[in-house]
Design a protein around this ligand. Structure first.
Ligand SMILES: [Zn+2]
Length: 240
């Protein structure tokens, strides 16, 4: 069996696959990139050719403009794409819309580059899909045991309890525009909250993209009034 170090190598641009001649989530512009998901620390503009899920390509176009790369190729989940000697398959990572693990198969080795992932259920994207592999390259942003995340439904229940207790107040929830905001919206809907949710202006294009991809977000409106507490009894979602 060939060696892991022949398949993957660290370079100043980021993780590089020599036999496939592509980088994964490179931090600088490269000729050929595989992008795991649309967050800006993974998806950057200026690459030659980008391979990603259709949803990730749409997110990049919405954020950077249609000319974010010289060429793009959409690989839906599970579709095998060949790059020189390497087969690349993108499978769900459970992180945000379109997020994928990159599964590389070469000379009997299967390597999985996780990208950001989570194994909990998320109503806005398909569940993390485990893939049997010889090498797993894992993101571990919250990997330390000190991070203990409470149950999401319990947190939403706390928020709704507070909204009911303090109807004269506006409840402002901090959430990143791509992923977290839509997850909170969906969790609120699952908890039975059907009122209009008010959104910071930065959320609009990502919400529209999720809705275009079949994620039901319910009634949304821009939170345009700058007066403090201008929306008593309402929930406002804004970047932290
Ligand atoms: Zn991410």
């Amino acid at each position: 069996m060939a060696g892991f170090r022949q398949l993957l190598r660290n370079t100043p641009e980021g993780l590089y696959c020599p036999p496939g001649d592509f980088h994964i989530d490179p931090v600088r512009p490269v000729a050929r990139a595989v992008i795991t998901h649309g967050h800006s620390d993974h998806a950057r503009s200026g690459h030659g050719a980008v391979l990603a899920t259709p949803q990730t390509l749409a997110i990049m176009a919405a954020r950077y403009g249609a000319d974010f790369a010289a060429a793009t190729e959409a690989a839906p989940y599970g579709q095998r794409v060949t790059r020189n000697e390497v087969d690349v398959t993108l499978v769900p990572a459970g992180h945000v819309l379109g997020s994928a693990q990159a599964v590389l198969r070469w000379k009997g080795i299967t390597a999985v580059i996780s990208g950001d992932y989570k194994r909990r259920r998320d109503p806005t994207c398909p569940l993390f899909e485990p893939v049997a592999c010889n090498l797993f390259v894992s993101e571990a942003t919250f990997g330390l045991p000190v991070f203990r995340f409470p149950d999401a439904a319990d947190e939403v229940a706390k928020l709704l309890k507070s909204v009911a207790l303090f109807p004269e107040r506006t409840h402002l929830v901090g959430a990143y525009a791509l992923g977290k905001a839509q997850r909170i919206i969906c969790l609120l809907r699952e908890a039975g909250y059907s009122k209009t949710l008010y959104m910071h202006g930065a959320m609009g294009s990502m919400n529209a993209l999720y809705q275009a991809n079949g994620v039901e977000l319910g009634s949304l409106a821009p939170a345009t009034d700058e007066k403090r507490n201008a929306l008593p009894g309402e929930i406002v979602i804004a970047p932290p």
